[in-house]
Design a protein around this ligand. Sequence first.
Ligand SMILES: C[S@@+](CC[C@H](N)C(=O)[O-])C[C@H]1O[C@@H](n2cnc3c(N)ncnc32)[C@H](O)[C@@H]1O
Length: 283
Amino acid sequence: MTSTQREIEVSYDVSNEFFRLWLDENMHYTSASYLTGTETLEQAQLQKCKILYDYAEMNPEKLVLDIGCGWGANLQYLALDRGVKRSHGITLSTAQCEEIQARKLPGVTAMVCDYKDYAPAEKYDALISIEMIDHLCSPAQAREGKAVEIYRNYFNKCATWLKPGACFGFQAILRNVVPRSKKDLLDLQFTADVIFPGGLNPRLEELIMAAHPAFEVLEVRTQRESYGKTTAEWYRRLQLHEAEIRSKWGDQVYADYDRYLSTCVRAFDKHWSSDVQMKLRKV
Ligand SMILES: C[S@@+](CC[C@H](N)C(=O)[O-])C[C@H]1O[C@@H](n2cnc3c(N)ncnc32)[C@H](O)[C@@H]1O
């Protein structure tokens, strides 16, 4: 079972204004790609989009689908920075879809739809998905040994939407080493239960196994340190807006996001979590 619509609303529908305060201005809610380490968050987010654009072998004439498109940051990059004429996005969050419509991006169509129910009218030239797959397998399903099967069903479905030989620029947050202390385990549990209910970060080896046989894995690029820098910057911006957040959304929201983001910074620093970008080609 994927995260339900209600669980997705817990994660993404606190308020668009709330997320805009501490994410970058385009509201990427996923790891940026720091290549020199001296970039701003905004520059590193554009670099992430460029890596995935290149992995997807995109050009402005190609029709592309962004699976789990968030508030439309990558769709905005495609339309405004790269002049892509037609791009589609799906998300499970109504608030995110409303934000995308409000941006009035040329050539962009977004809808609220579970990927499982998505039935596009035409085949795509390329796919991009940025950290959506962590919503597909619950911790209980992983304990039952179902993770690879669930991820493979996802990749198989994605392949049916693509033209033969077309590419998929894919990014996922990863579960890596298990922390040793009880406090660290409780903080990770809190993040999973309260901030992202219903989901679980996949392991890199599960994704590689699941991509086959629908996709050939052409490139794998991990970026644990980039996610550490991204979450540290989100946390810094959250703290800058502490008074406003407490007054508009309450002390509990501030406390929850303070705990979640400080846990993320430690998670990437201590290798509990990582992030991967993959170039996949439909076999
Ligand atoms: C962490 S957010 C990433 C958003 C965006 N890709 C970004 O880079 O900012 C995960 C996204 O996946 C979407 N999502 C989760 N499960 C989904 C499903 N079953 N079908 C479609 N979208 C889904 C959520 O609604 C959300 O937009």
